[in-house]
Design a protein around this ligand. Structure first.
Ligand code: AAO
Length: 514
């Protein structure tokens, strides 16, 4: 009996550890630097992310991938591995290693986007058209650099006519058939598990803190469990002994399919896609949704248990119509709404939060579908990804959007750190789209998403004093470049937000006190 309890506790302890992002210095939020070069990420960790209090970076897949020239170098070619060599449009192995070390040295964790469900598309042809020239044959299912041969793929198990997933209502085909024609690895094989684990372990040993695991819905939880079980502990140069890699699994579960997020909870965190889809609907005021309904935001909205969730407003798929979430998703293309939605997420205690950092592309809608949803990152004529230039006002140039640098978002990442561990408190709403809430006595935020002014006195729960609103400005030396908020000795403060303000929300926290 005692033995059983011990064994159960050990098991729980092990898997619970894969839910921990191992962030440092009280930092909390990660940013997805989508398609950035390793050299730029290294510089960004040192010059911006660490000083601004960001906890980590999700990087684009570092493995070698197929080169697709039609359409011209789509971003999604990186989701088609041709070898596990660490060589991609973002840089080579040396540059990757340098980035991981430099980010770790300033306390910013690196989380790798791991694409291990499949290799390239079945129509990928044969030759050396990989980013760094590794030969492969999609026709014969041969990837000699690893090596994988046709024995290592699932096609014999798949029972659909096309060999592709045809019906998400059938869990077997979702796991055993090809996702959009991508060659599906047979992860029940010990050999395949070993090769995948070797790839992850190489990255762990280099110092990464964990993984976003791509397309988990398409892998059996038991197979993933076996692979995760082979993962090394994190590198003790930067992490305490016995630390398990942080795992967050991409499972799109909006309800209505047999495969649910729940099947993956014991293995690590899971992406909560309902979060951004609902938040977008609320801020857009679609379907009669109101911000005041978010009083019970989180589990009260039918989201997964708090300790399992990885949350985001938009991701690299649904900001351009891929994946799931639809038109409600709020992206940088709607900056005013995007800033509010991201601020709401960062102010709210639910889940581990991820901020999206995007590149621009030429959107071109025909019948509601963006014809240019494939467009890759800003790049030179020869296909080389452009560096991220930093303008004198701290924004980015050359098509890099850098949402994470926008003052309102950057300051809310700090807000999240300052209020970390404090309970959701002092809720107020006008039964429409004006709401406010605090985090213990450490921070308070007020939103006006109605078409009229907000003018109200609220209990903030904060100690009395003068605070600088970190949305319209920020503390600057002894002063404040934004609105000043006076909190009385009773914790009450007066807020005025015109619906025509550039940003229709206000946030104060313990460290924005003057
Ligand atoms: C490219 C080409 C394809 C070509 C293929 C192979 O575009 O035409 O056949 O190469 O040659 C990315 C791109 C793909 C690209 C792929 C490989 O998005 O366009 O294919 O790289 O280069 C499913 C998966 C999910 C996946 C998502 C895109 O479950 O894992 O599709 N996301 C990840 C990555 C993504 C990447 C891959 C996986 C592949 O983030 O960047 O693809 O590595 C339903 C299901 C979802 C399903 C969606 C979309 O969603 O539930 O599981 O996601 O459909 O198929 C409502 C429902 C919602 C539903 C949604 C859409 O909202 O509530 O559940 O409608 O129907």
């Amino acid at each position: 009996m005692h033995l059983f309890i011990l064994a159960a506790a050990a098991l729980l302890g092990l898997s619970a550890a894969q839910h921990n992002p191992h962030t440092k210095h009280g930092r909390t939020a990660m940013v997805h630097l989508f398609e950035w070069r390793w050299a730029d990420i290294a510089a960004e960790c040192e010059r911006f992310l660490a000083p601004s209090g960001y906890a980590g970076v999700q990087i684009s897949p570092p493995h070698e991938n197929i080169v697709i020239n039609s359409p011209w170098r789509p971003w999604w070619e990186r989701y088609q591995p041709t070898s596990y060599n660490l060589c991609s449009r973002s840089g080579n192995e040396h540059e990757l290693r340098d980035m991981i070390s430099r980010c770790n040295n300033v306390g910013v964790n690196i989380y790798v986007d791991a694409v291990v469900n499949h290799m390239c598309g079945a129509s990928g042809g044969e030759g050396s058209h990989s980013v760094c020239g590794s030969w492969f044959s999609a026709n014969r299912k041969e990837f000699p650099t690893i090596p994988f041969t046709h024995w290592d793929f699932n096609d014999h198990k798949c029972r659909t006519g096309s060999g592709n997933i045809e019906n998400y209502g059938d869990a077997d085909q979702v796991r055993d058939c090809r996702l959009v024609g991508l060659l599906d690895l047979a992860m029940e094989k010990d050999y395949v598990r070993g090769k995948v684990a070797d790839y992850l372990n190489k990255l762990i040993d280099m110092g990464v803190a964990g993984f976003r695991v791509d397309a988990c819905k398409h892998m059996w939880p038991g197979d993933l469990s076996a692979v995760y079980g082979r993962m090394h502990n994190l590198n003790t140069t930067w992490f305490s002994g016995g630390s398990r890699p942080f795992v967050f699994q991409e499972v799109i579960d909006l309800g209505g399919e047999p495969i649910t997020s729940r099947e993956y909870f014991h293995l690590g965190r899971v992406t909560e896609f309902k979060y951004g889809a609902k938040l977008g609907t609320i801020f857009r005021k679609w379907n009669g949704e109101k911000l005041s309904y978010t009083k019970s935001w989180g589990e009260g909205w039918g989201f997964m248990p708090e300790g399992n969730a990885l949350v985001f407003v938009d991701n690299h798929d649904n900001q351009r119509g891929h994946g799931a979430g639809g038109a409600s998703i709020v992206t940088f293309w709607d900056p005013k709404l995007h800033k509010m939605a991201v601020a709401y997420m960062l102010a709210h205690p639910y889940g581990v939060a991820r901020v999206m950092s995007s590149f621009r592309w030429d959107r071109h809608f025909v019948n509601g579908k963006d014809q240019n949803d494939w467009m890759g990152p800003p790049s030179h004529g020869n296909g080389v990804t452009k560096p991220v230039p930093i303008n004198s006002d701290q924004t980015c140039g050359d098509g890099w959007v850098c949402e994470h640098r926008w003052r309102q978002i950057k300051n809310m990442a700090v807000f999240r750190n300052v209020v970390n561990g404090q309970p959701h408190a002092n809720w107020w709403d006008n039964q429409s789209n004006q709401v406010a809430f605090g985090r213990g006595n450490r921070g308070f935020i007020v939103f006006n998403n109605d078409d009229w002014n907000l003018d109200v006195t609220l209990n903030t729960g904060m100690p009395g004093g003068a605070y600088c609103d970190v949305i319209s400005g920020q503390k600057d030396g002894g002063g404040c470049t934004g609105k000043l908020i006076q909190v009385g000795g009773d914790g009450r403060a007066h807020f005025k937000i015109s619906n025509r303000d550039e940003d229709t929300f206000v946030a104060i926290h313990a460290e924005s006190k003057l």
